[in-house]
Design a protein around this ligand. Structure first.
Ligand code: GLU
Length: 729
C-alpha cells in the first residue's frame, strides 16, 4: 500500500524485476504519473507486502552531475556501489526526485530469481514510502554534503560561493546579503583565523547551516537549477563566443556631435546579462561609464505611463514608427510626435512629467525623482549624472530646440508646460551616467514585468512594461526598427553613446555597449551581437519553441530533457511497445542510451521477454548486443534470469554469429523490415547504408538486416537518412 510521496503513487515499477536497479531520471516537480503516463501500481491484485527494506537513492541528475563536477562522488558512494553489486537483491531503486536522497521500503512481493518463482513473467509492483528520518534532511544539509570535504568534514566557503557563481548568483547579490554578513560575523567570532577574507573559511555543518539559512530558498533554487536558464554556465559560454566574434568587428564611427562622445575609444566593448531570476554574467568593458542618451527614453516613458496611464500619455504622443530620422522635424497626421522613442516624442514625454506627473516639483526635484526610478529599476547599481555631457548636449541642441518650438507651435504640449525646463530635463535624462552592469539589471526589470530581479522590488506595473516593450519592439532602433523587428524580433533600444538595451521578455535583459555606430546611429557591435544571439537561441519573438530544432533553447533543462527521453525509451522497451520504440528511433533518438545503472532498452526488453523488441533493437536499431550494466550483466543474462528461453536463444545466436561474421561484404543499401515493421505504412522503408557485414540472423520476413557490428555512427547515419525522407515522422 502506498504511503507518502504521492506523486510516485502510480508508478509502475514492473521493470524492477530480479536484480534490476534503475535510475528514473524524472524532472524536478514533474515526477507525476500523469506527466509520464505511467501505469497504476495497484493494478496487480496479487501484491503481497513484505518488509524487505529497499534503499532508494533519490538524486536529481543535476545533483549527480554536480557531485561529479565538484569531486564529491566519494569513496562511500563507490563502496556502496560495490557492496550492492555483491548483494544484487533486493533491488535498489534509484529515483530522481526533488534532489533528495530517501530510503524506501519494499512492501510488495520482492523480485525472485527464476528458479524460485516460475511466474516471473508476471509484472511486479512496488509500493513505496519515504524513510522519515532521511526525509527530514533539509536543503542546508544536502548542500553541505554536496560540498563538504570527506577528509575534514568541513565545507570550504570559497568552493561553495564559486559553485553558487556558476548558477549566476554573485556574492554581491542583495538576495544573499545575509549569508555574506553571517560569514563576516563568523570570521570575526573566529578572530579572523583565515586572514583578511571571510570567504575562504571552512565551516562545520552547524555553522554552515546557520550562515546560509536566511537565504536558503534562493540558494536551493540555484543549486537545483530551477532558474530560467538552468544551465547558466553553458549559456554564458555562448555569450563569450558571440562577444569575441563581435569584438573583431571594427566598423562604425563614433558620434561626434559633442566632444565627450567623440573621445571614447572605439575598442570599448562590453556585454552584461541579467536574467529574470537575477542570474548575472558580464564580459568586457562592463564597468566603463557612459551616458544613457536615447536609452533613457523608454524609462521616462514608463514613468509617465505608470503615473498617468496609457490613455493620457497617448493623447499626446503616438505609437507609430515615424519612418523618418530620430530627430526629424515632423509630426504625425494628428499633429502629435510619432512615438516616445524618437526625440520629439521623448521631449513630449518629458513635458508630461513636468506638467502632469509632478507639476509641483522644482526641476531639481524632478531630476532626483527620475533618478530614483532609474536606480530602483537597476537594483541600486551605478546610476549617476555626467554634467559635462549635459552642458554639451544643451549647447549642441539646435535641432532639439527646433523640435520643441515646432511642437509648441502645434499645441502638442500639456498646459502649463515650461519649455525651457522641459528641454533641460530632456538633456538631463540623456546625460544620466551608467554602465553595462546596471543597464542589464534595468533591461531585466523590463523583461520581468517591472520587478527588479535582484531586489525583487516591484517598480512598474506589468501593463506599463507591456506598453513600453511594444513601442521598443517597433521603434527602438531608429530607422532600422523595422529590420530589427524582422531579424531579431525582440524589443530593444539603442542610444547614440553606443548602448543597446535588449529585452527577452520573461527571460532576461542584456545590455551591449560599444561606441562605434552605423550610419543609422545604432551600435555596430551591439547589432551584430543581437543577430548572432537569435541565430543561436530561439529568442526571436516568433521562433517556434516546440518544433524549431536548429536553435538552442537555454530555458530548457538539458539533462531533464535527456532524462525524460531515457525514461520513455526504457519504459517502451520494458512494456514491449515496438511502435513506441520505432517512434523514438525515427525521431533520431540514441537508442543505445542507458540509465544511471547502465541498463539499456535491450536489457529491459530481454528481462521482460519481449522478443519482438529485442529483434527490433538489434536488427533495426543496430544497438550493441552486449552492453554491460553496472553489475556486469548482459541482456542475455537478464533473459536467462527470467527464463525467457526464446530471447536467450535469439541473443546467443546473434552473439555467436556476430563473432563469426566477416567485417566486409555488407550490401550498399539494405531495405529492411521485421515483423515489428509490419505496422509501418507500405511506403515506409528504411534505407540504410552500411559498410559492415550482414546480419547474422535473417529476419523472419527473409530480409537481411544490418550487422550488429555496424558502428554507432552508421546507425546514426541511418536514422538521419530516415529523418530526411520522412520529415513527418
Ligand atoms: N542627446 C541626443 C539627442 O537628443 C540623444 C540622441 C540619441 O541617443 O538618439 O540628440
Amino acid at each position: 500500500m502506498f504511503k507518502g510521496v504521492p506523486t510516485l503513487a502510480n508508478l509502475n515499477l514492473r521493470f524492477l524485476k530480479g536484480n534490476s536497479r534503475i535510475a528514473l531520471l524524472l524532472p524536478r516537480g514533474k515526477a507525476t504519473a500523469t506527466s509520464l503516463d505511467l501505469e497504476d501500481a495497484n493494478a496487480n491484485p496479487n501484491n503481497t507486502p513484505n518488509t524487505n527494506k529497499i534503499n532508494v537513492d533519490v538524486y536529481s541528475e543535476e545533483d549527480l552531475l554536480k557531485r561529479a563536477k565538484f569531486g564529491h562522488t566519494g569513496k562511500q558512494v563507490q563502496q556502496k556501489i560495490s557492496s550492492e553489486k555483491k548483494l544484487r537483491t533486493p533491488p535498489l531503486l534509484n529515483l530522481v526526485f526533488a534532489n533528495r536522497k530517501l530510503s524506501f521500503y519494499d512492501t510488495s512481493s520482492g523480485p525472485k530469481p527464476c528458479e524460485e518463482n516460475a511466474k516471473l513473467n508476471q509484472r511486479r509492483n512496488y509500493s513505496i514510502r519515504p524513510h522519515r528520518e532521511q526525509e527530514q534532511r533539509n536543503a542546508e544539509d544536502v548542500l553541505f554534503d554536496m560540498f563538504a570535504s570527506e577528509e575534514t568534514g568541513l565545507i570550504s566557503m570559497g568552493k561553495f560561493l564559486a559553485g553558487l557563481k556558476t548558477t549566476g548568483i554573485r556574492r554581491t547579490d542583495p538576495r544573499v546579503r545575509e549569508l555574506m554578513d553571517n560569514l563576516k560575523k563568523v570570521h570575526k567570532l573566529n578572530n579572523y583565523e583565515t586572514g583578511s577574507s571571510a570567504e575562504t573559511q571552512h565551516l562545520n555543518r552547524e555553522t554552515f547551516k546557520a550562515v546560509v539559512s536566511p537565504n536558503i530558498v534562493l540558494i536551493a533554487k540555484a543549486f537545483r537549477q530551477q532558474f530560467v536558464i538552468p544551465d547558466f554556465s553553458s549559456f554564458t559560454k555562448d555569450i563569450e563566443e558571440i562577444y569575441a566574434n563581435c569584438k573583431a568587428n571594427t566598423s562604425g564611427k563614433l558620434a561626434d556631435y559633442i566632444p565627450q562622445l567623440a573621445r571614447y575609444s572605439p575598442n570599448l566593448w562590453g556585454v552584461s546579462v541579467c536574467t529574470v531570476d537575477g542570474q548575472r554574467f558580464s564580459i568586457g568593458d562592463v564597468d566603463e561609464p557612459f551616458t544613457l542618451q536615447s536609452c533613457s527614453k523608454p524609462l521616462t516613458y514608463a514613468i509617465a505611463l505608470e503615473k498617468l496611464g496609457p490613455k493620457v500619455v497617448h493623447s499626446f504622443v503616438g505609437q507609430e514608427p515615424s519612418g523618418r530620422n530620430f530627430n526629424e522635424l515632423v509630426l504625425d497626421q494628428n499633429k502629435k510626435p510619432h512615438n516616445p522613442m524618437i526625440n520629439a516624442g521623448a521631449i513630449l514625454t518629458c513635458s508630461l512629467m513636468n506638467a502632469l506627473v509632478k507639476p509641483d516639483m522644482t526641476s531639481a526635484e524632478i531630476f532626483d525623482y527620475t533618478m530614483s526610478w532609474f536606480k530602483r529599476l537597476s537594483g541600486g547599481e551605478y546610476i549617476s549624472f555626467n554634467n559635462a555631457v549635459f552642458l554639451s548636449e544643451r549647447e549642441a541642441a539646435d535641432r532639439n530646440y527646433a523640435l520643441g518650438f515646432y511642437m509648441r507651435e502645434n499645441k502638442c504640449f500639456p498646459k502649463r508646460t515650461n519649455l525651457k525646463e522641459v528641454m533641460d530635463y530632456y538633456f538631463q535624462c540623456c546625460s544620466m551616467e551608467t554602465n553595462c552592469e546596471a543597464m542589464s539589471v534595468i533591461a531585466a526589470s523590463l523583461a520581468n514585468g517591472g520587478i527588479c530581479p535582484t531586489t525583487e522590488e516591484k517598480v512598474f506595473r506589468p501593463e506599463v512594461i507591456r506598453d513600453v516593450l511594444s513601442i521598443m519592439h517597433s521603434c527602438g532602433t531608429y530607422d532600422y526598427s523595422g529590420q530589427f523587428a524582422f531579424k531579431v524580433g525582440l524589443p530593444a533600444k539603442t542610444g547614440v553613446s553606443g548602448g543597446m538595451m535588449l529585452v527577452i521578455p520573461n527571460v532576461m535583459g542584456i545590455f551591449a555597449w560599444s561606441p562605434p555606430l552605423d550610419t543609422l546611429g545604432n551600435t555596430v557591435r551591439g547589432l551584430q551581437f543581437c543577430d548572432e544571439l537569435v541565430s543561436r537561441f530561439n529568442f526571436h519573438r516568433y521562433d517556434n519553441l516546440k518544433h524549431l530544432s536548429n536553435k538552442k533553447d537555454p530555458r530548457k533543462h538539458r539533462y531533464e530533457t535527456k532524462g525524460l527521453s531515457i525514461v520513455n525509451l526504457l519504459f517502451s522497451a520494458a512494456s514491449g511497445d515496438v511502435t513506441a520504440l520505432r517512434r523514438h528511433r525515427l525521431s533520431g533518438m540514441d537508442i543505445t542510451l542507458a540509465d544511471y545503472d547502465g541498463r539499456t532498452a535491450l536489457h529491459l526488453a530481454a528481462s521482460e521477454g519481449h522478443l519482438e523488441c529485442v529483434k527490433f533493437l538489434l536488427e533495426q536499431c543496430h544497438v550493441p548486443h552486449n552492453p554491460k550494466d553496472r553489475w556486469g550483466n548482459l541482456p542475455v543474462d537478464e533473459a536467462e534470469n527470467f527464463c525467457h528461453s526464446d530471447v536467450v536463444e535469439y541473443l546467443k545466436s546473434w552473439a555467436e554469429k556476430s563473432k563469426d561474421a566477416p567485417q566486409e561484404c555488407f550490401p550498399e543499401a539494405v531495405t529492411t523490415t521485421t515483423e515489428a515493421d509490419e505496422e509501418l505504412p507500405t511506403n515506409t522503408t528504411t534505407s540504410v547504408s552500411h559498410s559492415g557485414n550482414t546480419s547474422p540472423i535473417p529476419s523472419e520476413s527473409g530480409f537481411r538486416s544490418p550487422s550488429p557490428l555496424s558502428s554507432e555512427a552508421e546507425s546514426t547515419a541511418s536514422v538521419a537518412s530516415v529523418d530526411k525522407t520522412k520529415p513527418g515522422l
